[in-house]
Write a protein that binds this ligand. Structure first.
Ligand SMILES: NC(=O)c1ccc[n+]([C@@H]2O[C@H](COP(=O)([O-])OP(=O)(O)OC[C@H]3O[C@@H](n4cnc5c(N)ncnc54)[C@H](OP(=O)(O)O)[C@@H]3O)[C@@H](O)[C@H]2O)c1
Length: 298
């Protein structure tokens, strides 16, 4: 089985390229292989690659910049997924696509269910939602996995930023009123591997989820709670830090170009039903990543 994985220079794509090798030949597609700003070229590229499964974690992910680059965000996050979906529908090849908690409005405090109304607050969120809609409209075999607050030991993410700042500054001021589940790429890769390994494989997961499922760590915290746990975890592992205080601030104290959801909690009941188990708590994922970081000298 040939498994095309896009976005292999990114966090999720690199974890999936490694993990999914257990299920076939991974064809890693960075932007030199498949440029998502050129949806018109996607079908011919896919003809050449001839994959049996398409996994698409590649995306325009610069949330604040997207407010000024709307066309580019929609091209990569909506038009390119539409082209992937059209090819996949013609060939009957499953498309596994990634989306985000940013498709929700963030109102209220209960976890969002897949069936809840969406209401993106940002251009990025709207572009990802448009990608979902395009894939659904094409109506080939697809599974859309909405995830949240992704991090890994490498790459550009909140955890890496906190590790750096904790060594440079005495005080970190971190937003405490946005709540979600920090999700390590290992948790995402494990869930996807479990989908592939399940009886009936991806086709059965697509059927059981109706093509849409949340994939995230269990539990929830704020960015402030996450940062505090990172700092405490590094200290417990003997990593020298300059930071003395992690101060809780409000969203209003940290203005950003794009508005973020306050409540990013994702309901994981559907995922648990499919997996037959819960995903690990976000703190468990963090422990593993901090162990890896400490072992590599950070
Ligand atoms: N990060 C989060 O907190 C988060 C939260 C919820 C959902 N998600 C979703 O999860 C998925 C994976 O996110 P991630 O954190 O792994 O993203 P990431 O680390 O920012 O990686 C994005 C990947 O997309 C590639 N890409 C961007 N533009 C491209 C183009 N025009 N053509 C081909 N490839 C292109 C990038 O390639 P280059 O290296 O060449 O730029 C990179 O490999 C995305 O769908 C994202 O929307 C992420």
């Amino acid at each position: 089985m040939r498994i095309l994985v896009t976005g292999v220079t990114g966090q999720v794509g690199s974890a999936l390229a490694t993990k999914l090798a257990a299920f076939g030949t991974v064809v890693p597609a960075d932007r030199s292989v498949l440029d998502l700003t050129r949806p018109q070229d996607i079908a011919s590229r896919l003809d050449e690659i001839a994959a049996d499964v398409i996994v698409n974690p590649a995306a325009y992910t610069a949330v604040d910049r997207a407010e000024d680059e709307r066309d580019l965000a929609f091209l990569v996050n909506a038009e390119a997924p539409r082209a992937l979906a059209q090819w996949s529908a013609r060939r009957g090849v499953p498309l596994l696509h990634f989306s985000t908690d940013y498709v929700y409005s963030g109102r209220g405090s209960t976890p969002w269910k897949e069936s809840d109304e969406t209401g993106p607050l940002s251009v990025y969120g709207a572009s990802k939602l448009a990608g979902e809609a395009a894939i659904r409209e094409v109506a080939g075999p697809h599974l859309i996995a909405r995830t949240s607050w992704v991090y890994a030991p490498t790459g550009s993410n909140f955890l890496r930023t906190i590790v750096r700042l904790a060594r440079e500054r005495e005080e970190l001021r971190i937003v405490a009123d946005q709540i979600g589940a920090p999700t390590s790429t290992a948790i995402i890769a494990d869930a996807l591997a479990a989908f592939c390994a399940s009886p009936g494989g991806l086709a059965s997961v697509i059927e059981r989820t109706d093509g849409l499922v949340h994939v995230a760590a269990a539990g929830s915290t704020s960015w402030h709670g996450f940062a505090t746990s990172i700092v405490e975890g590094l200290r417990a592992r003997g990593v020298p830090l300059k930071v003395e205080r992690v101060t809780a601030i409000g969203t209003a104290d940290f203005p950003t170009k794009a508005q973020r959801p306050i409540n990013s909690r994702l309901d994981l009941s559907k995922l648990s039903q499919v997996l037959g188990r819960s995903t690990p708590d976000w703190s468990v994922g963090l422990t593993t990543v901090l162990d890896d970081l400490a072992a590599s000298g950070v």
